[in-house]
Design a protein. Structure first.
Length: 110
């Protein structure tokens, strides 16, 4: 839950908003919003409302796709075999922990 609190606060600040601005954006008083950022644990409908006010989306990502989504958000391009390429051209291959079947499933010249 800490990550959600941090993301909300970071996004609010990135948009140049103060906690009291959330009243006009989502109808939530400064005190309510401050409690959300400090203590967290919002109900799902509250989280969706706040996300909308911050021009964000709430989304559930399957764990096996998390790395790909994180790479995409970081601006990395997914290429063959699960490797990623950055805008600067750096290519990295997934670690064995990320792709334990790579050596088994690779096409061989046998």
């Amino acid at each position: 839950m800490t990550r959600i609190k941090e993301q909300l606060k970071k996004r609010r600040k990135a948009l140049g908003l103060k906690q009291q601005d959330m009243l006009l954006r989502v109808g939530m008083s400064r005190q309510q919003y401050q409690r959300l950022e400090s203590k967290g644990n919002p109900r799902l409908d509250t989280l969706e409302l706040v996300a909308k006010g911050l021009k964000m989306e709430v989304m559930l990502i399957p764990q096996e796709k998390l790395r790909e989504v994180q790479d995409l958000l970081a601006g990395k391009k997914i290429i063959d075999g699960g490797a990623t390429s950055t805008a600067g051209g750096t290519v990295t291959s997934p670690s064995p922990e990320d792709d334990p079947w790579s050596d088994v499933l690779e096409d061989g010249d046998d």
